[in-house]
Design a protein around this ligand. Structure first.
Ligand SMILES: [Zn+2]
Length: 480
């Protein structure tokens, strides 16, 4: 019964191909999450080592046997990065040579130009972060023809799987958007493409694919990189909002007048549409400081389009799917599905858009059966173990029916389900907090009121670093 998109929200199919870094830790100093502190320390430590010079690094290795990590501290399986940065990667098929130093420098320079371009388009409020590390070189398991980048669907997913293995991370805990340049001396394959690892707008890293042929020979490389980075941040093409792909000034168009000559725009400057700024603002892990302000970002006479999210294949070879499983033994009344509590849109009473109803909607809500015990139960299983410390519970519909009046949270441990917290709920949109607890499977018991039924419009989950496994569309009543 789960519906992928509500009436005013759309899923946009991404085509197969389309055609000096900031201080990494400027934001992490305010983040108290342990993993961010580790990043902060490792990033500055690496910077200091750079200043001391290579001989000092060698001396350290020889004297202490301590190997300076070439990439940041790896997160545990169930940890989710609280910040995602862009990292250049060269993917070297077996029959191709490694990138020269000039090529590496050129790619870093292009990414720096893209970073400044996004800062300008975002009116200096924010831009993406570039990882402190030098470009990473990953040696592929096969020759370039094996991948058949221009013909075989899934070849890029297979390459991404190899790269994730090389980084010893997975689609959930990877703190990078990889800008992957495939070494290919013969032609511009793969053509540019990009996407996030996971659905939604704020669910971790992603990738961009380009070719070394393009990096060395094509003047459109910069324009394409800027565009594909937009996809990796979760942006769709402007056509998804009804604009002409060949005339729009957006970076997410194909407007030929906006092509760049190397690093300089030939004519005019690219922009971000208000809808695109709003979507980037929802990607808190990439644009931590960016807030969408309709007074600033939306022209006076302008009809805002709805949220459009990319339709992505869930399957990445060797990676678990980005799917939360939900079960209940408390019934699924009135055609509703319990899966609705973790997917799709959370409806909000009093939304300005008349198309998004606050009345009961079996496509976006879960309606329990009648309980004689006074409580209903759902079991939620994440694809990996997660650390939760806060949950937001959205219950009730039409502002008056079937609100949950209390919640009891349990986490599956080796000895069975253990109680984490129990507390009353006084509002229909209630946050509950509890000590950080690690588990893959969680059980939520909701106490019914006098109706002996409960309606849940959605659950949202938080780790110490922020919201995790974010829903397909961001929850923000002001955005509609
Ligand atoms: Zn595109």
């Amino acid at each position: 019964m789960r519906r992928e998109a509500a009436d005013t929200l759309r899923v946009w199919e991404i085509p197969h191909d389309c055609g000096i870094s900031e201080e990494m830790c400027s934001y992490t100093t305010s983040c108290k999450m342990e993993q961010c502190q580790r990043w902060y320390v490792s990033g500055h430590f690496a910077a200091q080592l750079e200043d001391w010079g290579r001989w000092c690094i060698a001396l350290l290795i020889v004297l202490t046997g301590f190997c300076v990590p070439c990439h940041a501290v790896r997160l545990a399986e169930g940890e989710v990065p609280c910040h995602v940065s862009v990292l250049p990667v060269f993917f070297v098929p077996q029959d191709e040579g490694a990138p020269t130093r000039d090529m590496q420098d050129k790619l870093v320079e292009h990414i720096g130009v893209a970073q400044r371009c996004y800062r300008r388009m975002l009116k200096s409020r924010d831009t993406f972060t570039i990882a402190k590390e030098p470009p990473r070189i990953v040696h592929a398991k096969h020759p370039v023809d094996y991948y058949e980048f221009s013909r075989r669907v899934g070849s890029k997913l297979e390459s991404v799987s190899e790269i994730l293995q090389a980084f010893d991370c997975n689609r959930f805990n990877c703190p990078y958007i990889f800008v992957i340049v495939v070494m290919n001396s013969r032609n511009n394959v793969p053509a540019g493409s990009g996407r996030p690892f996971n659905r939604g707008f704020n669910n971790g890293g992603g990738w961009v694919f380009m070719s070394s042929y393009g990096l060395e020979r094509l003047v459109t490389f910069q324009k394409t990189l800027n565009h594909e980075l937009g996809h990796s941040f979760g942006l769709a093409h402007v056509s998804a909002y009804g604009y002409d792909m060949n005339k729009s000034r957006s970076v997410m168009s194909y407007n030929g007048n906006l092509h760049w000559d190397d690093s300089q725009p030939r004519k005019d400057s690219t922009i971000l549409l208000p809808e695109e700024i709003r979507a980037l603002a929802a990607n808190r892990k990439v644009f931590a400081r960016l807030y969408f302000d309709s007074k600033v970002d939306v022209p006076l006479v302008y009809k805002m389009g709805s949220f459009v999210r990319l339709a992505l294949e869930d399957e990445i070879p060797g990676q678990r799917p980005f799917t939360i499983k939900v079960k209940t033994s408390s019934g699924e009344a009135h055609g509703s599905s319990v899966e609705n509590i973790v997917h799709g849109l959370i409806t909000v009473k009093g939304q300005r858009s008349p198309k998004i109803r606050s009345a009961f909607d079996p496509h976006t809500m879960w309606h329990s059966g009648v309980t004689n015990a006074g409580w209903v139960t759902v079991t939620v299983t994440f694809p990996v173990s997660v650390t939760l410390c806060k949950v937001c519970i959205h219950s009730q519909y039409s502002g008056q029916y079937h609100r949950a009046t209390a919640v009891r949270v349990q986490a599956m441990q080796s000895s069975g389900f253990k109680d984490v917290c129990q507390q009353p709920l006084f509002t229909r949109d209630a946050f509950i907090e509890f000590p950080p607890t690690i588990a893959q499977t969680w059980r939520f018991h909701f106490r019914a009121g006098t109706s002996r039924q409960v309606v849940i419009r959605g659950l949202r989950f938080f780790s110490p670093g922020g919201e995790i496994f974010c829903r397909d569309y961001p929850y923000n009543p002001d955005m509609f």
